[in-house]
Write a new protein. Structure first.
Lengths: 490, 438
């Protein structure tokens, strides 16, 4: 299997504290004042040339935030975040926005190149079937710099732009949907995000349109000490389909960085949204120093009948992950899916899972979660499946498996399964084990070395989820997993 | 986080605090015991009764349920105890010893003290031990229980109980029925200790008789299963009652020992059966079963934590719940595996059958694992009676009502049979049938 061989090579080539994407690119950037205050919020809003209603919306969130307390129920442990010591705004100098790739700061392009973002796709992909194209909305420390493929998407009627542009250009859509899935007051970090969100993607798929390409955003945290507060809003009108890819890398740093994103998905009648994430932020070095704090609120609302939202995620990075991509199955016959691979190594702490809230009739959901913990990490699956009184014939199948590698790590499963409707059928199963001696023996006997055997077995363990990823991500994800597990094998 | 903010006490909480003052002077125990009781009460005073914002009581809101707190029941008259016992029909003709705790206090007059002594089983009054120098040790609780409110309530008010000690190597020929009797309405608070010495074997049937009215029944069972010993416990939590029923098992299991228990719940309006099981020796086994039936607006809660603190132990949890009307079933189970507890094997299963449209089941099967060489699994299902099975039976001429009964019985019997105590199987299955017929 060539893929496996590649994985092994990758693992060998990289030491655990040599984070592949750990570099800092020196681009002049503009920062707002340090600290969280009304001025900061006004500053951000003014920088983004937002209308008055948006500024008010942010200020309202800030006032709410100041009355809230940090949640402490997750199984994660970190020093208290000093919100006043953070910068809430940083953007590359050229706010005007270059008109073509030539105008983009060459160093920025070099950074993208290291990250492997196919920004020059139009040239590279020339002659390739249009449906295989990927549109990239590159977010470089808070501001969308270049958006590719815009024209083609425009032809299809798809709006794919930065959220700040959407606020200016499509205020009616933003007003209608922003905060309708994740309310401003939803939770501590979502409220913070509502107050200070910097930028993010906005996607609108009109009725009956199948988005002609996979949409993709690469996030990258670059500025020292800057919180990254992304806000993503995806709306799929009746009968439409979109697949959205999100991938993240960040440079190596000593200080912890905060990331509190909010992602909202709205699927109307017969619409389908597929949201895939590969998250590979800096997890901290081999002593657990540094690393990103990732407190994300992701939620999809199957608002219409027969709608479907599918989350697929591969989590390999971040010092702390606090993330529960959820589906509200409001429309009758709607479907929610959650496929997840969470890999933790070193001193990483992951508390992640999903919520499937069945409100409509005949709704169904499926959860496949694979946790792999190694090193001294802690990996928790925390999930909720609930059927409300009117959710007759709701169905859920949950499978969460954990694999432990090494004796200093922890794997925990905390599922909440609440059925308030007799006709709801819920099935849940979970297992925790290590790689069995039998499996190892089998592989070793066939001439694989120990690392190769572990890589093979782990790949098999996560196969169910990898299969759900779009092609572009599947290969990358497999590599990431093996990189993440480096140092734990043997 | 906000411990310092004083809470507004509910009526029940106020009554709990005032009834403590009323009986304080008469409570048994050394100064250390008194201090412990005061501390436990302080816990209730500052935090109140547990409510849905307390994770462990998320689904069983005791604070909302307990509208008032009845006075502590007074000492029972042995004659009154005997008459209640005559009316109680638990386990019919089954040959057994009887040990009686009435209104929270051990009653040797109606217990088989001599018969048990002849077998090598000693009975003692919990209060006698509590009054001893080291008496305070009797009120300990495991770390995994944290500052549990049910245990705190018990510690503050405990009236007494029995201490059963099976001597080394004794295989007790008949089961012991440990029956708690209420001869008057009022709160019944007892704590019992059952110690099975090395190589000994004991079966216990825990039953409850009489009417405590609105008074809560709060009993803690402290099990000590020594090396190579076996303890089997069948607990019946049955009968209609308005007062909250709160039962706590604290089990410590030695080396190569076995502990198994079945909690049978049917009837009470609010019942919580919580178990904290800890392995202290290797190569031991714990099997926990639950059979639960609830209807009307009853709440039936099984909460347990199995602590694999040492390597090479097995645990099995198997819980079946049938809910009708607007009843609510709760299962919260957690398997902890400590870092050095390699080769731990834990398997947890909870299944619920919802008969009533408005019935509700909350399952929370948790795994908390810090060792890598383990095999742990859990499963949870909830749903209705399988229409295909029903069709199969009806196609064979079995009327619908009967077919349903058969299927529910089969569903629950799975746990009863797996528990494998043949002495009680028939009694339990009859009770299931009666519940279904009612």
């Amino acid at each position: 299997m060539p893929a496996v061989q590649e994985t092994i090579d990758q693992v060998k080539a990289i030491d655990v504290d040599q984070y592949k994407y750990g570099f800092v690119s020196d681009i002049d950037s503009e920062k707002g004042a340090k600290g969280l205050s009304e001025e900061t919020v006004r500053f951000i809003s003014a920088k983004k040339q937002e209308p008055e209603w948006m500024t008010e919306w942010r200020l309202d969130a800030l006032r709410r935030f100041q009355t809230m307390e940090e949640p402490n129920w997750a199984r994660v442990d970190y020093p208290k975040i000093d919100f006043d010591a953070l910068y809430y705004w940083a953007s590359p100098k050229s706010v005007e926005g270059p008109k073509s790739l030539d105008e983009v700061d060459p160093e920025l392009l070099a950074t993208y190149e290291k990250l492997g973002i196919p920004l020059r796709e139009q040239e590279i992909l020339a002659g390739v079937e249009p449906k295989n194209r990927v549109a990239v909305d590159a977010v470089f420390d808070s501001v969308s710099v270049v958006t590719t493929f815009k024209e083609e998407l425009k032809k299809a009627g798809v709006i794919f732009c930065s959220i700040s542009e959407a606020i200016r250009e499509h205020p009616e859509l933003v007003k209608k949907y922003l905060g309708s899935v994740v309310p401003v007051t939803d939770n501590y970090y979502a409220t913070l995000n509502s107050a200070v969100f910097s930028d993010g993607s906005f996607v609108y798929i009109p009725e009956g349109v199948r988005c002609p390409m996979e949409l993709s955003t690469y996030f990258r945290i670059n500025e020292m000490n800057t919180g990254q507060f992304e806000r993503t809003l995806i709306i799929a009108e009746k009968g439409s389909y979109v697949s959205y890819l999100e991938g993240c890398t960040a440079p190596q740093r000593d200080e912890n960085q905060l990331h509190a994103a909010v992602v909202e998905l709205v699927a109307l009648d017969d619409a389908e949204i597929k949201y895939s994430t590969v998250q590979n932020w800096f997890p901290g070095d081999s002593e657990g120093k540094g690393g990103i704090y990732n407190f994300v609120t992701k939620r999809g609302d199957c608002r219409g009948k027969n709608s479907k939202i599918s989350w697929t995620q591969v989590e390999t990075g971040s010092a702390i992950t606090w993330k529960y991509p959820s589906c509200i199955l409001r429309g009758d016959n709607s479907v929610g899916e959650f496929y997840s691979i969470a890999v933790s190594n070193g001193y990483q702490q992951i508390d992640s899972g999903t919520k499937m809230i069945h409100l409509g009739k005949n709704t169904s959901s499926r959860i496949i979660s694979k946790g792999i913990s190694a090193g001294k990490s802690s990996n928790t699956y925390r999930g909720l499946v609930s059927a409300h009184r009117k959710a007759s014939n709701a169905r859920n199948f949950t499978q969460c498996d954990s694999l432990l590698i090494g004796q200093d790590c922890g794997a925990h499963t905390v599922p909440y399964i609440e059925s308030k409707n007799a006709s709801a059928v819920f099935e849940h199963e979970a297992t925790t084990s290590k790689i069995s001696d039998d499996q190892m023996f089998y592989c070793l006997q066939r001439g694989l070395d120990e690392e190769g055997a572990v890589a093979l077995i782990v790949n098999g363990f996560v196969k169910d989820v990898i299969q759900q990823l779009p092609m572009e991500f599947a290969v990358e994800a497999q590599k990431l997993i093996s990189i993440s597990l480096e140092g734990s094998v043997g | 986080m906000n411990m310092s903010i004083p809470i507004n006490h509910t009526q029940a909480e106020t009554e709990i605090l005032s009834r403590f003052d009323a009986i304080k002077s008469g409570l048994v125990g050394s100064e250390a015991v008194s201090t412990l009781r005061e501390e436990a009460l302080e816990e209730i005073k500052t935090k109140g009764l547990p409510h849905k914002r307390v994770e462990e009581y998320k689904y069983s809101d005791l604070r909302a349920y307990m509208k008032s707190a009845a006075a502590i029941a007074g000492e029972a008259d042995p004659d009154a105890v005997a008459s209640v016992l005559n009316d109680a029909g638990n386990f019919g003709a089954l040959e057994r010893y009887r040990v009686v705790v009435a209104n929270g206090r051990f009653v040797p007059e109606v217990s088989d003290v001599d018969g048990l002594a002849a077998e090598g089983v000693d009975l003692g009054d919990f209060n006698d031990l509590l009054a001893c120098e080291n008496g305070v040790d009797l009120l300990g609780s495991p770390k995994s229980a944290g500052s549990d409110a049910t245990i705190a309530l018990n510690t503050a008010f405990v009236q007494g109980g029995v201490v059963i000690t099976v001597r080394e190597g004794v295989d007790v020929s008949k089961p012991i029925e440990l029956v708690h009797v209420a001869t008057e309405q009022g709160a019944q608070v007892a704590r019992n200790r059952i110690a099975v010495s090395k190589g000994a074997k004991l079966k216990v049937l825990e039953t409850f008789a009489g009417d405590a009215g609105n008074g809560e029944i709060n009993v803690v069972f402290d099990y000590d299963v020594a090396d190579e010993a076996l303890l089997s416990v069948t607990r019946l939590i049955v009968g209609q009652s308005a007062g909250a029923r709160l039962f706590t098992s604290l089990a410590r299991i030695g080396e190569k020992a076995e502990f198994k228990t079945l909690g049978f719940m049917a009837g009470p309006a609010f019942a919580r059966n919580q178990q904290f099981v800890a392995f202290e020796g290797e190569h031991s086994e714990a099997k926990l079963f639950g059979v639960t039936m609830a209807r009307d607006t009853a709440l039936a809660d099984h909460t347990l934590i199995v602590d694999h603190a040492v390597p090479n132990c097995n645990s099995r949890e198997f819980f079946k719940t049938v809910l009708d009307d607007r009843a609510k079933g709760v299962y919260q189970g957690r398997i902890n595996v400590a870092q050095h507890a390699q080769k731990s094997d834990g398997e947890m299963m909870t299944q619920a059958l919802l008969l009533g449209e408005d019935a509700e089941m909350a399952n929370k099967p948790e795994l908390e694992i810090f060792a890598d060489d383990v095999l742990c699994a859990h499963g949870a299902t909830s749903g209705q009676i399988d229409e295909d099975l029903l069709f199969y039976l009806r196609a064979r001429g079995i009327p619908e009502a009967e077919a349903r009964t058969l299927l529910v019985l089969a569903f629950l019997s799975e746990a009863i049979e797996e528990f494998g105590e043949e002495d009680v199987t028939e009694e339990l299955e009859t009770r299931v049938r009666n519940w279904l017929a009612a």
